[in-house]
Design a protein. Structure first.
Length: 63
């Protein structure tokens, strides 16, 4: 392996945990939202979706 556990952990912190924490502190992500991540051009993007709205759409879908 080219990376051990410690360098991998630091990479996860730097690329995912730190930016996600900043988004939460900035108020862009709220309690109860579902977060998805996407990698675009070497950047991690976060998308917050209100879980209640997703559930409402699923419940109202025709069967």
């Amino acid at each position: 392996p080219t990376m051990g556990a410690r360098p991998l952990r630091r990479a996860i912190q730097r690329r995912i945990e730190d930016p996600l924490s900043e988004e939460i502190l900035a108020g862009n992500i709220k309690d109860g939202q579902k977060i998805t991540t996407e990698l675009r051009e070497d950047r991690v993007l976060f998308t917050a979706v209100d879980e209640n709205k997703v559930r409402a759409k699923v419940k109202s879908a025709p069967r």
